[in-house]
Design a protein around this ligand. Structure first.
Ligand SMILES: Nc1nc2c(c(=O)[nH]1)N[C@H]1C(S)=C(S)[C@@H](COP(=O)(O)OP(=O)(O)OC[C@H]3O[C@@H](n4cnc5c(=O)[nH]c(N)nc54)[C@H](O)[C@@H]3O)O[C@H]1N2
Ligand SMILES: Nc1nc2c(c(=O)[nH]1)N[C@H]1C(S)=C(S)[C@@H](COP(=O)(O)OP(=O)(O)OC[C@H]3O[C@@H](n4cnc5c(=O)[nH]c(N)nc54)[C@H](O)[C@@H]3O)O[C@H]1N2
Ligand code: SF4
Ligand SMILES: [Mo]
Length: 740
């Protein structure tokens, strides 16, 4: 029988009054009583350096960390407010279990761990090992990501582990691996200011990678030209030399069209192509038909824009191309990225100063957490779980027989579909909030209701936790220590700043305790995350992402080390592919010809408008953290539907009206925000909110065949004006100040 989600009043806490951290009478201590700890922001993949102010095991504020080379003290609105999570009244401080009809009740750790381990045993004994699955996350440190992969394969012996980077970096990663042979941004950010042309595709840099904006400004000051591809004129696009308002799903038109023009005008680097690449002739053959006119039809922009882009990019002496989810969240996400990378390689501008390529990592450890073996097809060091040699090496490190390591499991979306189908009966999730962040949210909620047993590890009760039988109080980034790997491929050190509050525990300890109760404690006897790092470093030896030469001391002394770093004296590798040496066994870059194909759901008469989804600067992902920070909520308190005035007029919609955005799968009712910065055939709704306010009620569960990323960036909807909703959540929004 389906279980209903627990009703939790804290879900609407984000509409409460702005939470100020400083008590009415001020802090009863002086600044001399405080200490400053240098660490990093917990939010996005930029991983800015920050100093947290601590007094009596409490975080009371922050200071910039001016010496950290990446951000030199700069922080974005989320970084500035991140410390408000500590001491937050919603912080989970003890384990809890669901009591039907009553909500959650506090339980002891001993009881909680006993219950979790006995349910895992029961489900695996009844339905088989793979019937218990794990969903994990890319905000976890490298050490925890490594632990999760080992926990799945050794303690649970389930094939079914995947992570929320599946919704994020996998298209970019797969494309880089295919063309370059290595899944990492190719350059340190210090190469950006040296580039004379910068192409940004599908990245709202100013709001989502704010510190990167600064690097682009430096390049502009040095005379760089800026090209932006986005269906919306995002803040950075307003300063571009060329803004191409591409139709969502149409980027291959622009990339192939540019290459067509570059070949025609001789703007390709023939000697580089001959010496360092394979496959160019087939690519040239494919782009022959992508004349500016043909390409423009696919992209939904005038042909002259594509020619202009080629004129800016083609003959430039140095260049930098970067992209993020705008081109990656598609059923052709991998192809979109390959088509972009083809431009970089054809111009021969890679692997040297000022010549680069980067995929902008999303989550805090979006890079590192996809290297350590928590993906369904991967073992540590970016090893392949299907490769017998890789399996043998890791089995040796773990001290288990090779045959006991499961084969490839299901990736996130098929995994949730298997829950829906009743094939997976039990789930542990950590650092993942699927109820908000997966596409087709109604389907996801139905799946969660079907689980026989679900345990969720988090520090704030999430929307997904409402479906849990047991919730375990884990740790915030600053309550534990370890490393992450930033957008540049720089491995950096996070400090333990305070201890977890109340009975909350460090995530890694919780996992090791469960493993112990499952009878595998001998494989999980770590005294600290440093010991996990030491094992992980050896597990990565000889892999693509080789950390073997790193130590926590070396990382700190150097303000981070870039992988690969194969030996103790190795300086690390900030720039990949120097001297034209690529990551494939033949040392070459592999061109791959790409043909455009339509998205899974194209607009039609019934659903004539494209919905694209994404972010706003003040909220982070599912909002489970940032919707609790009053001043961030004040900045953008509710999802709004960006709509062009021409489309709005046609639909009889005025600014601030409530509109229903409706797809074949569900709908969301939000206020209209009339802006001239979006294509008139497209609407945009940010996705950081739950339930009635979830953009993912509308999105489609279609995935890329290679990366399995969902098509968050395109589906077909209709939009209509509706009366102001009378349900409690929508009313609260209005009382809380309504439209910003
Ligand atoms: N403030 C904030 N910052 C964040 C995050 C956050 O939640 N909030 N999350 C972090 C994470 S995990 C991620 S993944 C990154 C995401 O960073 P971004 O990818 O920059 O952010 P999105 O808003 O998802 O999408 C970027 C842009 O893609 C455009 N777009 C939509 N469809 C297409 C298309 O077909 N082609 C092109 N060229 N563009 C298209 C959208 O209009 C949008 O402006 O941000 C990271 N930083
Ligand atoms: N429609 C639409 N949907 C999207 C996207 C989009 O652009 N459009 N973007 C997608 C992208 S790129 C991403 S990355 C996903 C993100 O998808 P989610 O998995 O929802 O991301 P988070 O909000 O970070 O959720 C992580 C959860 O783990 C908790 N958490 C964070 N750090 C830790 C930790 O160290 N330990 C523990 N125990 N818990 C932790 C947080 O409180 C939160 O509840 O969303 C995707 N969904
Ligand atoms: S840019 Fe990212 S890492 Fe830097 S302060 Fe903002 S959220 Fe934190
Ligand atoms: Mo992401």
């Amino acid at each position: 029988m389906a279980r209903l989600p627990v009703d939790i009043p804290t879900l609407v806490k984000d509409f409460g009054p702005t939470l100020h951290r400083i008590p009415a009478g001020g802090w009863a201590h002086t600044i001399e009583d405080e200490k400053l700890v240098k660490t990093h922001c917990c939010f996005c993949g930029q991983q800015c350096g920050i100093q947290l102010r601590v007094h009596n095991n409490k975080i009371v504020g922050f200071e910039p960390w001016e010496d950290f080379p990446f951000n030199r003290g700069k922080l974005c609105p989320k970084g500035v407010k991140r410390y408000m999570q500590d001491e937050h009244p919603d912080r989970l401080k003890h384990p809890m279990q669901r009591v039907e009809g009553k909500g959650f009740e506090a339980i002891s750790w001993d009881f909680a761990l006993q219950r979790v381990s006995s349910e895992i045993r029961r489900i695996q004994d009844t339905y088989g090992k793979d019937a218990f699955a794990i969903l994990t996350g890319a905000s976890l440190t490298n050490e925890k990501a490594y632990l999760m992969g080992k926990f799945a394969r050794v303690a649970l012996q389930t094939a079914n582990i995947d992570y929320n980077g599946r919704l994020c970096m996998v298209s970019a990663g797969a494309a880089s691996k295919k063309v370059f042979g290595i899944d990492r941004s190719a350059n340190p950010w210090s190469d950006i200011p040296k580039a004379k042309v910068i192409l940004v595709a599908g990245a709202n840099i100013a709001e989502c990678a704010p510190i990167t904006t600064d690097y682009i400004w430096q390049a502009r000051e040095n005379g760089a030209k800026l090209i932006i591809l986005d269906p919306r004129m995002t803040p950075i696009a307003r300063n571009a030399d060329l803004f191409i308002p591409v139709r969502s799903g149409g980027d291959i038109g622009v990339f192939n069209g540019m290459l067509h023009v570059m070949i025609e005008r001789g703007w390709i680097d023939r000697p580089f192509i001959d010496q360092h690449t394979v496959g160019f002739e087939q690519l040239a053959e494919t782009v022959r038909k992508y004349t500016p006119e043909y390409a423009a039809k696919i992209a939904g922009v005038p042909p002259a824009m594509i020619v202009k882009a080629a004129e800016l990019w083609g003959p430039a002496p140095t260049s930098f191309l970067m992209h993020s989810r705008g081109i990656e969240h598609h059923t052709k996400g991998v192809d979109n990225c390959i088509a972009a990378i083809n431009l970089v390689v054809a111009s021969g501008r890679i692997g040297r100063e000022g010549c680069g390529y980067a995929m902008i990592t999303g989550q805090g450890n979006g890079q590192g957490a996809r290297e350590q073996g928590q993906k369904c097809d991967q073992l540590p060091g970016m090893r392949d779980i299907a490769n017998p040699e890789h399996r043998r090496y890791i089995a040796g490190i773990w001290g288990v027989p090779e045959e006991s390591i499961p084969q490839k499991g299901l990736s996130a979306i098929p995994l949730v579909e298997a829950i829906h189908d009743g094939k997976i009966k039990g789930l542990i999730s950590i650092c993942f909030n699927p109820a908000i962040s997966l596409p087709d949210a109604n389907f996801v909620r139905e799946a969660l209701e079907k689980l026989e047993f679900y345990v969720n590890i988090d520090f704030f009760l999430s929307d997904t936790a409402r479906y849990a039988d047991v919730v375990l109080a884990g740790s915030l980034m600053e309550e534990d220590e370890g490393t992450t790997t930033s957008v540049e491929g720089r491995v950096i050190r996070h400090r333990k700043v305070v201890a977890p509050p109340g009975e909350a525990r460090e995530d890694w300890k919780i996992l090791c305790d469960i493993a112990d109760r499952l009878g595998h404690g001998d494989k999980f006897r770590y005294a600290s995350p440093r010991e996990i790092f030491e094992e992980m470093r050896i597990a990565s030896k000889g892999g693509v992402s080789d950390y073997f030469g790193m130590s926590w001391e070396r990382i700190e002394e150097n303000n981070g080390l870039f992988w690969p770093c194969p030996e103790a004296g190795h300086p690390g590798t900030p720039r990949l592919y120097e001297n034209g040496k690529f990551g494939h066994p033949d040392g070459k870059a592999h061109f791959i010809p790409i043909e455009w194909r339509p998205s899974a759901e194209m607009p039609d008469e019934e659903y004539p408008i494209i919905l694209t989804t994404g972010r706003v600067v003040s909220q982070f992902l599912s909002g489970n953290q940032t919707r609790r920070i009053g001043s961030l909520v004040d900045q953008y308190s509710q999802p709004l539907c960006e709509i062009h005035p021409r489309l709005a007029e046609k639909l009889g919609i005025a600014d601030g009206d409530f509109v229903k955005v409706e797809s074949r799968r569900g709908n969301v009712v939000v206020r209209a925000n009339l802006v001239k910065t979006i294509r008139p055939d497209t609407v945009f709704v940010p996705y950081h909110w739950p339930l009635d306010r979830s953009a993912n009620n509308c999105t489609i569960r279609a995935i890329d065949p290679v990366s399995n990323i969902p098509e968050f960036k395109t589906c077909a909807v209709r939009v209509s004006k509706v009366n102001q909703p009378t349900d409690p959540i929508a009313m609260l929004e209005v009382q809380a100040g309504g439209i910003q």
